[in-house]
Design a protein around this ligand. Structure first.
Ligand code: CA2
Length: 146
């Protein structure tokens, strides 16, 4: 089983500020958490990060016929990007959305969410553990257990 994990803008800067919102771990720590959990489950993961909307759209398109599932934290593009929503709808690969924080409990503009309309589940406010929960849910879903 192949799962593509996509992280959006600024997540590569994790750990340098706002630890009270996003935790104190670095982006490498996040990747290590995901890779370790995937290895323990025998799942093949590719982790991708970009600060550019069009690159994220192209990465989602690359999942068509090549990945079994997508885990995506679109970061700020969550609240603005119809292009990312449309790409997820186009490839029709099951996708789970993850947020380190809970955008619903923050500023009003973070309550606008385009991407969730293309996702089978959203995991919010659980820090990097949210990626593990997303991987568990998605693999069960692909295997027909959910
Ligand atoms: O909670 C999340 O995971 C978010 O997707 C993170 C985005 C934010 O725009 C979303 O509303 C919620 C921001 C990622 C920025 O990451 C930082 C990295 C280093 C220092 C500060 C923030």
């Amino acid at each position: 089983m192949k799962i593509l994990v996509i992280n959006g803008p600024n997540l590569n800067m994790l750990g340098i500020r706002q630890p009270e919102i996003y935790g104190s771990g670095s982006y490498k720590d996040l990747c290590d958490t995901v890779n370790k959990h995937a290895l323990s489950k025998g799942v093949d993961v590719e982790i991708y990060q970009s600060n550019f909307e069009g690159e994220i759209v192209e990465k989602i398109q690359s999942a068509y016929n090549t990945a079994d599932g997508i885990i995506i934290n679109p970061a700020a593009y969550t609240h603005t990007s119809v292009a990312i929503l449309d790409a997820l709808l186009a490839v029709k690969v099951p996708a789970v959305e993850v947020h380190l924080s809970d955008p619903e409990r923050r500023e009003a503009f973070r309550r606008i969410n385009y991407v969730k309309n293309a996702c089978i589940k959203s995991v919010c406010g659980k820090g990097t553990d949210g990626y593990k929960e997303a991987l568990d849910f998605l693999t069960d879903y692909i295997e027909g257990k959910r």
